[in-house]
Every structure is written in C-alpha cells, then in structure tokens.
Design a binder for this molecule. Structure first.
Ligand code: SF4
Length: 424
C-alpha cells in the first residue's frame, strides 16, 4: 500500500515538473513514507528522520515531509518531536505537500493526483479500498488509515486504461482488506464485479489482488479467480494463528476449521492456485500447544509462501490496552524459526514439482544480468535470453527450482504462439 501511495505522490511531483534525486542530502524535497505495522519499522523511520535534521538545518529551504501510517489524526505530538519537518501527511493525504509546492513554484496543482503520469513499470498497484473496519486486536492499521472507503469501479477502470497507455500489463488491486470492497458504495457491488470490469480492459493482461480476509472471501470472489481469464491463480489469505482461542483474542472472527474450509473451497474451484498467508507467532498468552496448532496448519495446508512475524505490541491497539505481551522474545524467535524451517521444506517440495514445465512469465526487468518476472502463480522466475524485452509475455522452461525462486531458459514468446505449452 505504501509503495502505491509513493508511486502516486511521485507521479504528482513529476507533474509539477520535479525530477527524482538519488541523494537525500542533495534533494530539495525529501518525503519519508512510513510504515508502523511493526515496532522496528517505526524505529527505522524515526532514525532516518532524525538523520535528516542536520541537513535541514544547513539548508532551511529544503522541504521535509513525513507521510504514511506514522502520522495519525493528531499531528501535534509529532510536530513537537520533529520541529524540523515541514509537512505531515496521513496515508493518501497528498494535498499538504502539493499545495505547499504549488505555492512555492507558482503552478496550478489541479489534477496532480490522479492516474499515474510518470512511466510506471509493467506491473503496478492500484489502491481500490482505503482503511480497514476490522480492528484485529494486534493491528494499528484501522487507527492510522481510518475506516474503509472504496473507490468507484468506473474510476478504477479509467485508471487501468491510463496505465495501459503507459505500458502497464499487470495490475494488483490493493487494499488492507480487498474482499470487503464495495460494501460502502451504492448498488450491490463487490470485488468480483470489479475484477470482471478490469478483466474487460483492453491491454491489461493480468490482474492480482491483495490482501484478503477469510471472513469476506465469498464464493463470488473465488469464482471470479477461477473464471476470469486475466485474474491470476494466486490468493494471499492471512490466517494469523491456528488456535481458536488465540484467533478469538486476536478478534479475527473465524476458527481454524472455518479457515480450512475456505482453503478447500478455493482449491476445489481454482485448480493450480498458489496460496500464501500471513501469520503471527508469540501473540499474548500463546502457549506451546497453541503455537503447535499454527505449525500444524502450515504443515497441513502447504502454502506456497508464508509471511511470518513475531508479535510485537503496537501502542493504542486493543491488545496493548487489554492484554499482556508475555511470551519471551527467545521463545518468539524459536517459534518463528520453526515456522520458517517447516515452510522452507514445503516451498522446496512445491517448487520442485514444476521442474521441466513451461510457464508464462511477464518480464519485469533484469537483475545481475538475468531477466526476471513472475508466473501466474506469483513465483519469481529468472531466465537467460538475448531476445527478450521488458514487458514481454514469454514462455520460460523451468530448469532449476529453489524455495524462493525458479530458474530456466526462454522457451518461446507467448504472442502468436497458440500452440505453446503453458504449465504443461
Ligand atoms: S484485517 Fe488486516 S488491516 Fe484490518 S485490522 Fe485486521 S490485520 Fe489490520
């Protein structure tokens, strides 16, 4: 979400005639887009911000802006703590900086924030719903990003068309909880309607969405993933914990059994789907046995990828106010290690199954002299080729696998080759 917000702001700055600088100290404007989902992210943001202070004192004309989740509804405490910061902006609140710059530069800010103006990459993000109404007990997001607000389907379709005109082929529809998209709009629209509408946009070749919530992942969304040709077979469905009591104290609203049922349904309706998840170890009061349920869920479901984190208290959350963070750090670390070890084995096994297959890969660029892109299952694929360009939709034969990525060689370009075997 922060990446999408940063891209949008970059685009607005570009429209105002500004150009990127590679140096923080030389830049006329520095915008720090912050994440506070974990304590270490916030500490990092504070460290970076503090390091900018001497530079600002030596160059009073320089503009420093603090943006994102670190900026809550009330900015006075931050203003007192960081008096050298010129502008404070909540997530998606770009106006304070745009207005200041327009005034200094004497330009009209009208229309600055809109579909991206700068050349984006072949794959980009489109925020479709802002905020979250769920208030999971460990999470700070609803307090910082506010309540859910969906964008109109027509606006998102228009933005997709604009992006196609600038070379984009893959869009990821973004939100803290994309599955609840549309509930606040007039008419009964939901994510499946939006997916169907973007599926019709000429030039968009792939659609993804992120992140889902088990309580809002209804049949229509699963059917859309299974039935719409451009929607990729990949779903990130966080489960957070395997034990029902922990799930309840996290205020997640589902049980281990209900989560498994949804996964069964997805696998049944979307053949070949890849699944990823988010989980937290060491939540307040988590016993060894309760952690074991989390580990068992990882073993049983066999996700393609697991994003795991050790619990850390975020000030102001329900867990911070009402529960005790009583699992020792060494135990959290050990549980994290157990999850990661288990998952490494599972990912190794899952990825090894595609050895020798041909996969459709959207080429995103080069790294260390090799082309890279993702297959429809969202797996990173590296390959060698002399006849490839960024933005090509290619067919790559997988010749080596690892838990983290796949490697292969160019089999063919997809365009004009209907006989090419894909995933065969
Ligand atoms: S659904 Fe996600 S963003 Fe919303 S409160 Fe829960 S963890 Fe946070």
């Amino acid at each position: 979400m922060n990446k999408a917000d940063s891209d949008r702001l970059c685009s607005a700055l570009d429209q105002l005639g500004l150009t990127p600088s590679s140096s923080r100290t030389e830049a006329d404007i520095v915008v720090l887009n912050t994440c506070v989902v974990r304590q270490n992210a916030e500490d990092k943001a504070v460290g970076t911000l503090t390091s900018l202070k001497p530079n600002k004192e030596a160059n009073p004309e320089k503009i420093i802006a603090l943006m994102g989740c670190m900026v809550g509804p009330k900015t006075e405490p931050l203003e007192r703590r960081f008096p050298f910061v010129d502008v404070f902006m909540r997530p998606q609140q770009y106006d304070p900086l745009i207005d200041l710059l327009s005034e200094r530069l004497g330009v009209d800010p009208e229309g600055c924030i809109g579909p991206l103006s700068a050349a984006p990459s072949v794959s980009t993000f489109i925020p479709i719903i802002h905020g979250c109404d769920k208030f999971c007990s460990f999470c700070i997001i609803p307090y910082r990003r506010g309540r859910e607000t969906s964008r109109e389907i027509s606006e998102i379709v228009y933005e997709s068309e604009m992006l196609v005109a600038r070379g984009v082929k893959e869009v990821t529809l973004l939100g803290q909880n994309v599955d609840s998209y549309g509930h606040d709009l007039s008419g009964s629209v939901n994510l499946s309607n939006l997916l169907a509408a973007v599926n019709e946009v000429k030039g968009i070749e792939r659609i993804r969405f992120l992140t889902s919530h088990p309580n809002d992942m209804d049949d229509s969304i699963i059917d859309a993933v299974g039935g719409l040709d451009k929607v990729c077979e990949h779903i990130n469905l966080p489960f957070q914990a395997g034990d029902d009591d922990i799930l309840q104290s996290m205020r997640r609203g589902y049980t281990n059994y209900e989560y498994r049922k949804i996964i069964d349904k997805i696998r049944c309706k979307v053949p070949g789907v890849s699944l990823s998840t988010d989980l937290i170890v060491g939540f307040c009061g988590e016993t060894d046995q309760q952690f074991e349920s989390t580990l068992q869920l990882v073993r049983d479901i066999k996700f393609d990828k697991v994003h795991s984190a050790a619990y850390s208290t975020r000030k102001g959350t329900i867990a911070d106010r009402k529960m005790i963070d009583n699992v020792p750090e060494e135990i959290k670390k050990d549980r994290l290690r157990q999850i990661n070890d288990e998952q490494e084995g599972i990912s190794t096994e899952i990825n090894s199954r595609v050895l020798g297959e041909c996969h459709e890969v959207l080429v995103e660029g080069t790294k260390d002299g090799r082309w890279f892109g993702r297959n429809r299952n969202d797996k990173l694929v590296f390959f060698d080729s002399t006849e490839t360009e960024k933005g090509d939709m290619t067919i790559v034969k997988i010749e080596e696998t690892s838990p983290w990525f796949l490697q292969g060689s160019l089999y063919n370009t997809k365009n004009g080759s209907p006989d090419n075997p894909i995933n065969s």
